[in-house]
Write a protein that binds this ligand. Structure first.
Ligand SMILES: [Zn+2]
Length: 232
């Protein structure tokens, strides 16, 4: 995201870190291009310390993280009724309900029945929803002060690190799995060995099963958050 540079109307100094005590919030002018001169020294120090303008490094964990995690979980529940993974056995069916669907959740109707290409397109959409879940989950931890740095001594720190790697993989890469790419393969192995019952999944994907992977990520991230809050 592009930074914004602000200076108070009539002032000289440009600020660019929202954590700067002098960050202007009223009566300021702004620009996108980094000014060559008159940059705030405090903002510069925050930047050198790794601050990206959202949360100062080492700042206190924010308890509003719990609400944010709950919202994410609710959205995931609904998303899975909208775009459940379609097993090969669904081909030919016209109307279907996701497993365990509550009675007020949507039903899926395929007017011409599920064909092989329809199933593929549908499952790609489901996967995008799953990738987005992981990106959001990490963003929530980051935004609320739990990742700078990731606390190695906390419960499930290794799961948060794996989440970060996946976030980078999906948010900064193509997200297309290439089994010949050793980084992709390592990431896949890390996921398969971190969670249960994944031995038989296809070798061509990073499994993002809602129950076995995404739900577990959420559960273990909550344990991490709880531990960090108790011990800091
Ligand atoms: Zn400043």
């Amino acid at each position: 995201m592009a930074r914004e540079y602000r200076r108070e109307k009539g002032g000289n100094t440009w600020h660019f870190c929202t954590n700067c005590p002098n960050w202007p919030t009223t009566d300021y002018e702004k620009r996108r291009k980094r000014p060559r001169k008159q940059l705030c020294e405090k903002c510069k120090r925050l930047e050198e310390g790794g601050c990206n303008g959202e949360q100062a490094p080492g700042s206190k964990p924010d308890p509003r993280v719990w609400e944010a995690l709950e919202r994410l979980e609710r959205s995931m529940d609904w998303t899975r009724w909208l775009v459940p993974y379609l097993e090969p056995g669904r081909i030919g069916k016209g109307c279907l309900a996701a497993r365990g669907r509550p009675s007020n959740a949507p039903l899926l109707v395929f007017p011409q029945g599920v064909s092989t290409p329809i199933r593929q397109r549908h499952n790609e959409a489901a996967n995008v929803a799953n990738e987005n879940f992981l990106i959001r989950l990490y963003a929530i931890l980051e935004r609320h002060g739990f990742t700078r740095p990731i606390d190695d001594n906390a419960d499930n720190a290794e799961i948060v690190k794996l989440l970060k790697d996946l976030r980078n993989y999906y948010a900064h890469g193509s997200g297309v799995y290439d089994p010949r790419n050793s980084e992709h393969e390592e990431l896949r192995t890390a996921v398969v060995t971190s969670f249960d019952d994944l031995e038989n999944v296809s070798e061509d994907v990073i499994p993002l099963d809602v129950d076995r992977v995404l739900g577990e990520f959420l559960k273990r991230c909550r344990k991490y958050v709880k531990d960090v809050m108790q011990h800091r």
